[in-house]
Design a protein around this ligand. Structure first.
Ligand code: MN
Length: 444
Protein backbone atom coordinates (compact mmCIF):
# COMPACT_ATOMS: atom_id res chain seq x y z
CA UNK A 1 0.00 0.00 0.00
CA UNK A 2 1.28 3.44 -0.86
CA UNK A 3 1.61 6.05 1.83
CA UNK A 4 0.21 8.88 -0.28
CA UNK A 5 -3.47 8.55 -0.89
CA UNK A 6 -4.57 9.13 -4.46
CA UNK A 7 -7.54 11.10 -3.20
CA UNK A 8 -5.37 13.23 -0.92
CA UNK A 9 -2.97 14.07 -3.76
CA UNK A 10 -5.87 14.83 -6.09
CA UNK A 11 -7.55 17.15 -3.56
CA UNK A 12 -4.32 19.02 -2.88
CA UNK A 13 -3.77 19.58 -6.59
CA UNK A 14 -7.32 20.86 -7.04
CA UNK A 15 -6.98 23.18 -4.08
CA UNK A 16 -3.71 24.62 -5.38
CA UNK A 17 -5.27 25.32 -8.78
CA UNK A 18 -8.41 26.82 -7.17
CA UNK A 19 -6.35 29.21 -5.05
CA UNK A 20 -4.23 30.09 -8.10
CA UNK A 21 -7.40 31.08 -9.98
CA UNK A 22 -8.85 32.80 -6.88
CA UNK A 23 -11.98 30.80 -7.59
CA UNK A 24 -12.49 32.21 -11.08
CA UNK A 25 -14.42 29.71 -13.20
CA UNK A 26 -14.79 27.20 -10.39
CA UNK A 27 -17.90 25.62 -8.93
CA UNK A 28 -17.76 25.53 -5.15
CA UNK A 29 -19.52 22.48 -3.72
CA UNK A 30 -20.75 22.88 -0.15
CA UNK A 31 -22.34 20.60 2.41
CA UNK A 32 -24.43 22.01 5.24
CA UNK A 33 -23.04 24.04 8.11
CA UNK A 34 -23.39 21.23 10.67
CA UNK A 35 -20.47 19.55 8.90
CA UNK A 36 -21.31 15.92 9.58
CA UNK A 37 -19.75 13.00 7.70
CA UNK A 38 -22.60 13.03 5.19
CA UNK A 39 -21.94 16.66 4.23
CA UNK A 40 -18.19 16.07 4.13
CA UNK A 41 -18.36 12.97 1.91
CA UNK A 42 -21.16 14.32 -0.30
CA UNK A 43 -19.32 17.57 -1.05
CA UNK A 44 -16.03 15.84 -1.89
CA UNK A 45 -17.92 13.23 -3.93
CA UNK A 46 -20.03 15.67 -5.90
CA UNK A 47 -17.09 17.99 -6.59
CA UNK A 48 -15.16 14.99 -7.95
CA UNK A 49 -18.15 14.08 -10.11
CA UNK A 50 -18.54 17.58 -11.56
CA UNK A 51 -14.85 17.62 -12.47
CA UNK A 52 -14.96 14.14 -14.09
CA UNK A 53 -18.36 14.01 -15.72
CA UNK A 54 -17.90 12.95 -19.36
CA UNK A 55 -17.60 15.75 -21.91
CA UNK A 56 -16.78 18.43 -19.39
CA UNK A 57 -13.78 20.48 -18.52
CA UNK A 58 -15.48 21.92 -15.46
CA UNK A 59 -13.53 22.80 -12.35
CA UNK A 60 -15.20 22.01 -9.07
CA UNK A 61 -13.95 21.90 -5.49
CA UNK A 62 -15.49 20.95 -2.15
CA UNK A 63 -15.52 23.73 0.42
CA UNK A 64 -15.59 22.03 3.82
CA UNK A 65 -17.91 24.03 6.04
CA UNK A 66 -15.95 23.37 9.25
CA UNK A 67 -12.93 25.45 10.22
CA UNK A 68 -9.86 23.21 10.52
CA UNK A 69 -9.54 23.77 14.30
CA UNK A 70 -13.09 22.41 14.80
CA UNK A 71 -12.40 19.06 13.15
CA UNK A 72 -11.73 17.60 16.63
CA UNK A 73 -15.42 18.03 17.43
CA UNK A 74 -16.29 15.17 15.09
CA UNK A 75 -14.14 12.15 15.81
CA UNK A 76 -16.12 10.06 13.32
CA UNK A 77 -15.12 12.43 10.52
CA UNK A 78 -11.47 12.20 11.56
CA UNK A 79 -11.72 8.42 11.52
CA UNK A 80 -13.26 8.26 8.04
CA UNK A 81 -10.77 10.80 6.68
CA UNK A 82 -7.90 8.79 8.09
CA UNK A 83 -9.26 5.66 6.38
CA UNK A 84 -8.90 7.42 3.04
CA UNK A 85 -5.43 8.83 3.69
CA UNK A 86 -6.40 12.35 4.77
CA UNK A 87 -4.64 13.09 8.01
CA UNK A 88 -4.16 15.88 10.45
CA UNK A 89 -3.40 19.12 9.23
CA UNK A 90 -5.95 18.44 6.44
CA UNK A 91 -4.00 20.72 4.16
CA UNK A 92 -5.58 19.08 1.08
CA UNK A 93 -9.04 20.24 2.17
CA UNK A 94 -10.40 23.69 1.38
CA UNK A 95 -11.75 25.09 4.65
CA UNK A 96 -13.54 28.45 5.16
CA UNK A 97 -10.37 30.12 6.45
CA UNK A 98 -8.48 29.13 3.26
CA UNK A 99 -10.80 30.99 0.89
CA UNK A 100 -9.29 34.36 -0.07
CA UNK A 101 -11.41 37.45 0.41
CA UNK A 102 -12.31 38.91 -1.96
CA UNK A 103 -12.51 36.05 -4.45
CA UNK A 104 -14.07 35.35 -7.83
CA UNK A 105 -16.37 32.48 -6.81
CA UNK A 106 -19.83 32.84 -8.32
CA UNK A 107 -21.10 29.30 -8.86
CA UNK A 108 -22.14 27.13 -5.95
CA UNK A 109 -23.43 23.57 -5.84
CA UNK A 110 -25.26 22.52 -2.67
CA UNK A 111 -25.25 19.03 -1.24
CA UNK A 112 -26.98 17.90 1.96
CA UNK A 113 -28.91 21.21 2.16
CA UNK A 114 -30.78 23.30 -0.38
CA UNK A 115 -30.52 26.91 0.73
CA UNK A 116 -27.22 28.74 0.37
CA UNK A 117 -25.85 29.98 3.70
CA UNK A 118 -26.27 33.79 4.00
CA UNK A 119 -22.47 34.21 4.32
CA UNK A 120 -22.06 33.14 0.69
CA UNK A 121 -25.27 34.54 -0.80
CA UNK A 122 -23.73 37.61 -2.48
CA UNK A 123 -25.48 39.39 -5.36
CA UNK A 124 -23.47 37.76 -8.19
CA UNK A 125 -23.71 34.26 -6.80
CA UNK A 126 -25.68 31.49 -8.52
CA UNK A 127 -26.62 28.06 -7.22
CA UNK A 128 -26.03 25.75 -10.16
CA UNK A 129 -26.79 22.31 -8.70
CA UNK A 130 -28.47 20.70 -5.69
CA UNK A 131 -28.34 17.12 -4.43
CA UNK A 132 -30.15 16.83 -1.10
CA UNK A 133 -32.40 14.86 1.23
CA UNK A 134 -33.84 17.69 3.38
CA UNK A 135 -37.22 19.37 2.99
CA UNK A 136 -37.25 21.34 -0.26
CA UNK A 137 -37.17 25.09 0.40
CA UNK A 138 -38.16 25.74 -3.22
CA UNK A 139 -35.17 27.90 -4.17
CA UNK A 140 -32.98 28.16 -7.31
CA UNK A 141 -35.60 26.52 -9.52
CA UNK A 142 -34.29 28.37 -12.60
CA UNK A 143 -30.53 27.97 -12.02
CA UNK A 144 -29.91 24.60 -10.39
CA UNK A 145 -29.40 21.58 -12.65
CA UNK A 146 -29.45 18.91 -11.53
CA UNK A 147 -31.86 19.91 -8.78
CA UNK A 148 -32.36 16.57 -7.11
CA UNK A 149 -34.05 16.64 -3.71
CA UNK A 150 -35.45 13.32 -2.59
CA UNK A 151 -35.72 11.15 0.51
CA UNK A 152 -32.70 9.06 1.43
CA UNK A 153 -31.05 7.97 4.65
CA UNK A 154 -27.89 9.68 3.51
CA UNK A 155 -27.22 12.38 0.92
CA UNK A 156 -24.06 10.43 0.06
CA UNK A 157 -26.37 7.77 -1.44
CA UNK A 158 -27.90 10.37 -3.76
CA UNK A 159 -24.44 11.57 -4.81
CA UNK A 160 -23.41 7.96 -5.42
CA UNK A 161 -26.52 7.44 -7.56
CA UNK A 162 -25.43 10.35 -9.78
CA UNK A 163 -21.94 8.86 -10.17
CA UNK A 164 -23.40 5.37 -10.84
CA UNK A 165 -25.44 6.73 -13.71
CA UNK A 166 -22.23 7.29 -15.74
CA UNK A 167 -20.89 3.76 -16.24
CA UNK A 168 -17.62 4.97 -17.74
CA UNK A 169 -16.61 6.89 -14.59
CA UNK A 170 -13.97 5.17 -12.45
CA UNK A 171 -14.54 6.24 -8.87
CA UNK A 172 -11.31 6.35 -6.81
CA UNK A 173 -11.37 3.66 -4.08
CA UNK A 174 -10.83 6.26 -1.33
CA UNK A 175 -13.81 8.29 -2.50
CA UNK A 176 -15.97 5.14 -2.63
CA UNK A 177 -14.81 4.39 0.94
CA UNK A 178 -15.67 7.88 2.15
CA UNK A 179 -19.19 7.79 0.64
CA UNK A 180 -19.70 4.30 2.04
CA UNK A 181 -18.79 5.43 5.55
CA UNK A 182 -21.27 8.31 5.35
CA UNK A 183 -24.06 5.94 4.30
CA UNK A 184 -23.17 3.51 7.07
CA UNK A 185 -23.21 6.12 9.85
CA UNK A 186 -26.42 7.81 8.66
CA UNK A 187 -28.37 4.57 8.23
CA UNK A 188 -26.85 2.79 11.26
CA UNK A 189 -25.43 0.14 8.98
CA UNK A 190 -28.60 -0.08 6.80
CA UNK A 191 -30.53 -1.13 9.91
CA UNK A 192 -33.92 -2.64 9.15
CA UNK A 193 -36.78 -0.35 10.07
CA UNK A 194 -34.31 2.56 10.25
CA UNK A 195 -33.58 5.43 7.90
CA UNK A 196 -32.24 3.45 4.96
CA UNK A 197 -34.38 3.43 1.82
CA UNK A 198 -33.87 1.81 -1.58
CA UNK A 199 -31.31 4.29 -2.85
CA UNK A 200 -29.13 3.72 0.24
CA UNK A 201 -29.06 -0.04 -0.40
CA UNK A 202 -28.31 0.46 -4.10
CA UNK A 203 -25.52 2.93 -3.45
CA UNK A 204 -24.03 0.76 -0.71
CA UNK A 205 -24.07 -2.35 -2.91
CA UNK A 206 -22.43 -0.44 -5.76
CA UNK A 207 -19.75 1.09 -3.51
CA UNK A 208 -18.59 -2.05 -1.65
CA UNK A 209 -16.68 -3.62 -4.59
CA UNK A 210 -15.15 -0.22 -5.41
CA UNK A 211 -14.08 0.75 -1.88
CA UNK A 212 -10.99 -0.14 0.15
CA UNK A 213 -12.43 -2.92 2.27
CA UNK A 214 -10.50 -5.89 3.68
CA UNK A 215 -11.53 -9.18 2.02
CA UNK A 216 -14.22 -7.53 -0.03
CA UNK A 217 -14.31 -10.55 -2.37
CA UNK A 218 -16.12 -12.76 0.12
CA UNK A 219 -18.31 -9.83 1.19
CA UNK A 220 -19.47 -9.29 -2.36
CA UNK A 221 -20.30 -12.99 -2.65
CA UNK A 222 -22.31 -12.95 0.57
CA UNK A 223 -24.13 -9.79 -0.49
CA UNK A 224 -25.04 -11.31 -3.84
CA UNK A 225 -26.21 -14.61 -2.32
CA UNK A 226 -28.34 -13.19 0.48
CA UNK A 227 -28.97 -9.48 -0.12
CA UNK A 228 -31.60 -9.49 2.61
CA UNK A 229 -28.87 -10.29 5.15
CA UNK A 230 -26.61 -7.37 4.29
CA UNK A 231 -27.38 -5.54 7.59
CA UNK A 232 -26.19 -8.66 9.45
CA UNK A 233 -22.72 -8.75 7.88
CA UNK A 234 -20.15 -8.83 10.66
CA UNK A 235 -17.92 -6.35 8.83
CA UNK A 236 -20.79 -3.87 8.45
CA UNK A 237 -21.88 -4.21 12.07
CA UNK A 238 -18.35 -3.66 13.27
CA UNK A 239 -17.85 -0.57 11.07
CA UNK A 240 -21.19 0.83 12.28
CA UNK A 241 -20.19 0.25 15.87
CA UNK A 242 -16.80 1.94 15.39
CA UNK A 243 -18.28 5.01 13.71
CA UNK A 244 -21.02 5.29 16.32
CA UNK A 245 -18.60 4.94 19.21
CA UNK A 246 -16.48 7.74 17.76
CA UNK A 247 -19.55 9.88 17.23
CA UNK A 248 -20.82 9.47 20.76
CA UNK A 249 -17.47 9.67 22.58
CA UNK A 250 -17.89 13.20 23.84
CA UNK A 251 -16.21 13.23 27.22
CA UNK A 252 -13.50 15.56 25.88
CA UNK A 253 -16.07 18.19 24.90
CA UNK A 254 -17.25 21.10 27.04
CA UNK A 255 -20.69 22.72 26.85
CA UNK A 256 -19.72 25.15 24.09
CA UNK A 257 -18.24 22.30 22.03
CA UNK A 258 -21.41 20.25 22.50
CA UNK A 259 -23.56 23.17 21.36
CA UNK A 260 -21.53 23.93 18.26
CA UNK A 261 -20.41 20.50 17.03
CA UNK A 262 -23.72 19.76 15.27
CA UNK A 263 -25.28 23.19 14.89
CA UNK A 264 -27.38 25.06 12.34
CA UNK A 265 -28.71 28.60 12.23
CA UNK A 266 -31.87 30.01 10.71
CA UNK A 267 -33.39 33.45 10.24
CA UNK A 268 -37.16 33.72 10.56
CA UNK A 269 -39.40 36.65 9.66
CA UNK A 270 -41.89 36.69 12.50
CA UNK A 271 -45.59 36.61 11.73
CA UNK A 272 -47.61 39.71 12.63
CA UNK A 273 -49.30 37.80 15.46
CA UNK A 274 -45.93 37.80 17.25
CA UNK A 275 -44.34 41.06 16.23
CA UNK A 276 -47.36 43.36 15.91
CA UNK A 277 -47.03 46.00 13.20
CA UNK A 278 -43.27 46.41 12.90
CA UNK A 279 -41.39 43.84 10.79
CA UNK A 280 -39.01 41.75 12.86
CA UNK A 281 -36.75 38.84 12.06
CA UNK A 282 -35.04 36.64 14.60
CA UNK A 283 -32.06 34.32 14.51
CA UNK A 284 -32.56 30.82 15.85
CA UNK A 285 -29.93 28.16 16.46
CA UNK A 286 -30.58 24.42 16.68
CA UNK A 287 -27.93 22.25 18.35
CA UNK A 288 -28.22 18.50 18.16
CA UNK A 289 -26.59 17.02 21.27
CA UNK A 290 -26.09 13.25 21.51
CA UNK A 291 -26.55 13.10 25.29
CA UNK A 292 -29.54 13.32 27.63
CA UNK A 293 -30.10 16.77 29.14
CA UNK A 294 -29.26 15.33 32.54
CA UNK A 295 -25.71 14.62 31.26
CA UNK A 296 -25.57 17.98 29.50
CA UNK A 297 -26.17 19.68 32.85
CA UNK A 298 -24.64 17.20 35.23
CA UNK A 299 -20.94 17.89 35.70
CA UNK A 300 -21.65 21.52 36.58
CA UNK A 301 -25.18 22.85 36.07
CA UNK A 302 -24.04 26.43 36.65
CA UNK A 303 -21.31 26.30 34.05
CA UNK A 304 -23.62 24.55 31.55
CA UNK A 305 -26.13 27.40 31.95
CA UNK A 306 -23.49 30.13 31.76
CA UNK A 307 -21.88 28.59 28.66
CA UNK A 308 -25.25 28.22 26.97
CA UNK A 309 -26.07 31.88 27.65
CA UNK A 310 -22.66 32.87 26.28
CA UNK A 311 -23.26 30.84 23.12
CA UNK A 312 -26.60 32.60 22.62
CA UNK A 313 -24.86 35.95 23.00
CA UNK A 314 -21.93 35.00 20.77
CA UNK A 315 -24.26 33.93 17.95
CA UNK A 316 -26.79 36.75 18.50
CA UNK A 317 -29.69 34.33 18.92
CA UNK A 318 -33.24 35.02 20.02
CA UNK A 319 -34.00 31.31 20.21
CA UNK A 320 -31.77 28.34 20.96
CA UNK A 321 -33.15 24.82 20.63
CA UNK A 322 -31.12 22.02 22.19
CA UNK A 323 -32.22 18.76 20.58
CA UNK A 324 -30.93 15.79 22.53
CA UNK A 325 -30.73 12.26 21.19
CA UNK A 326 -29.67 9.22 23.19
CA UNK A 327 -30.66 5.70 24.15
CA UNK A 328 -32.42 4.65 27.35
CA UNK A 329 -30.95 1.89 29.50
CA UNK A 330 -33.23 -0.51 27.66
CA UNK A 331 -31.74 0.65 24.36
CA UNK A 332 -34.79 2.64 23.27
CA UNK A 333 -34.12 5.81 21.25
CA UNK A 334 -35.01 8.95 23.24
CA UNK A 335 -35.14 12.64 22.45
CA UNK A 336 -35.67 15.80 24.48
CA UNK A 337 -36.02 19.46 23.56
CA UNK A 338 -34.87 22.46 25.52
CA UNK A 339 -35.94 25.85 24.19
CA UNK A 340 -34.20 28.97 25.46
CA UNK A 341 -35.92 32.15 24.31
CA UNK A 342 -34.73 35.71 24.77
CA UNK A 343 -37.71 37.82 25.80
CA UNK A 344 -35.93 41.10 25.08
CA UNK A 345 -36.59 40.95 21.33
CA UNK A 346 -40.35 40.77 21.04
CA UNK A 347 -41.53 40.54 24.62
CA UNK A 348 -43.44 37.57 25.98
CA UNK A 349 -45.30 36.89 22.71
CA UNK A 350 -42.32 35.11 21.13
CA UNK A 351 -41.84 32.40 23.78
CA UNK A 352 -45.60 32.02 24.14
CA UNK A 353 -46.20 31.41 20.42
CA UNK A 354 -43.15 29.15 20.19
CA UNK A 355 -44.16 26.99 23.15
CA UNK A 356 -47.80 26.80 22.01
CA UNK A 357 -46.68 25.73 18.55
CA UNK A 358 -44.25 23.13 19.82
CA UNK A 359 -46.77 21.76 22.30
CA UNK A 360 -49.48 21.53 19.62
CA UNK A 361 -47.29 19.75 17.07
CA UNK A 362 -48.68 16.33 16.24
CA UNK A 363 -45.39 15.41 14.65
CA UNK A 364 -43.24 16.10 17.71
CA UNK A 365 -45.67 14.87 20.39
CA UNK A 366 -43.92 16.66 23.23
CA UNK A 367 -44.55 16.35 26.94
CA UNK A 368 -43.55 19.26 29.09
CA UNK A 369 -41.21 18.08 31.79
CA UNK A 370 -39.81 19.33 35.02
CA UNK A 371 -36.14 19.37 35.76
CA UNK A 372 -35.99 20.47 39.36
CA UNK A 373 -32.57 19.09 40.11
CA UNK A 374 -31.14 21.65 37.71
CA UNK A 375 -33.24 24.58 38.87
CA UNK A 376 -36.17 24.32 36.47
CA UNK A 377 -39.60 24.56 37.98
CA UNK A 378 -42.40 24.46 35.49
CA UNK A 379 -45.11 24.32 38.17
CA UNK A 380 -46.55 21.32 36.41
CA UNK A 381 -47.50 20.03 39.81
CA UNK A 382 -46.23 16.50 39.97
CA UNK A 383 -44.27 14.66 42.57
CA UNK A 384 -40.65 15.66 42.29
CA UNK A 385 -39.15 12.36 43.30
CA UNK A 386 -41.01 10.48 40.64
CA UNK A 387 -39.92 12.83 37.92
CA UNK A 388 -36.31 12.63 39.02
CA UNK A 389 -36.55 8.89 38.59
CA UNK A 390 -37.90 9.41 35.09
CA UNK A 391 -34.90 11.56 34.25
CA UNK A 392 -32.50 8.94 35.46
CA UNK A 393 -34.25 6.39 33.28
CA UNK A 394 -34.90 4.09 36.23
CA UNK A 395 -38.62 3.97 35.52
CA UNK A 396 -40.16 3.98 32.12
CA UNK A 397 -41.69 7.20 31.20
CA UNK A 398 -44.97 6.94 29.43
CA UNK A 399 -47.10 8.39 32.20
CA UNK A 400 -48.54 11.86 32.07
CA UNK A 401 -46.78 14.72 33.80
CA UNK A 402 -49.92 16.76 34.26
CA UNK A 403 -50.78 20.22 33.07
CA UNK A 404 -48.95 23.39 33.99
CA UNK A 405 -50.87 25.21 36.68
CA UNK A 406 -50.18 28.64 35.29
CA UNK A 407 -48.09 29.72 38.26
CA UNK A 408 -44.74 31.38 37.62
CA UNK A 409 -42.14 29.09 36.09
CA UNK A 410 -38.50 29.39 36.98
CA UNK A 411 -35.31 28.27 35.32
CA UNK A 412 -31.61 28.47 36.15
CA UNK A 413 -31.16 30.92 33.25
CA UNK A 414 -30.72 34.65 33.68
CA UNK A 415 -33.77 36.89 33.92
CA UNK A 416 -34.93 37.73 30.40
CA UNK A 417 -34.64 34.14 29.17
CA UNK A 418 -37.70 31.91 29.16
CA UNK A 419 -36.83 28.24 29.07
CA UNK A 420 -38.87 25.09 28.70
CA UNK A 421 -37.86 21.46 28.62
CA UNK A 422 -39.80 18.69 26.89
CA UNK A 423 -39.60 15.02 26.25
CA UNK A 424 -40.19 14.40 22.56
CA UNK A 425 -42.28 11.27 22.38
CA UNK A 426 -41.84 10.84 18.65
CA UNK A 427 -38.19 9.93 18.82
CA UNK A 428 -37.91 9.50 15.04
CA UNK A 429 -38.12 13.25 14.48
CA UNK A 430 -34.77 15.01 13.97
CA UNK A 431 -33.70 18.59 13.26
CA UNK A 432 -34.62 17.93 9.61
CA UNK A 433 -38.27 18.08 10.68
CA UNK A 434 -37.91 20.39 13.71
CA UNK A 435 -36.55 23.28 11.60
CA UNK A 436 -39.56 23.43 9.22
CA UNK A 437 -41.93 23.12 12.21
CA UNK A 438 -40.18 26.08 13.85
CA UNK A 439 -40.48 28.06 10.61
CA UNK A 440 -44.24 27.41 10.37
CA UNK A 441 -44.79 28.30 14.03
CA UNK A 442 -42.85 31.59 13.84
CA UNK A 443 -43.67 32.77 10.32
CA UNK A 444 -47.28 31.60 10.37
MN1 MN B 1 -27.40 14.46 5.48
Amino acid sequence: MTTTSGLSAYLLEQKTRFLGDNGDGWTVVMGNEAGDLDSLASSIGFAWFLSHKPNTDANAIALITTPREDFVLRAENLYALQLVGIKEDFRELLCPEDVPKPNLCTDFALVDHNSLHPTYALPDVRVTAIIDHHEDEGKYLDTASPRSISPAGSCASLVTRVIMSYPTLQIPPELATLLLNAIVIDTHGLRRGGKAVGVDYEAFTWLVPRANIPSSGSLIEQMAETPQHVPDLAWLQSLTHTLNTKKTALSHLNTRDLLRRDYKEYVFNLSSSIRGDSPCSVKAGLSTVPLPLSSFFSPSPTSAVVSTQEWIKERGLSILGVLTTYKSKQGKPKRELMWVVDEKVCGPRLPQVLFDGIEASEILQVKRTDFKRYGFNSQVGKDEKERDEVERGSIDEEESVGEPSGAAETSPFRVGFVVRVYRQKNSAVTRKQVAPILKRVLEG
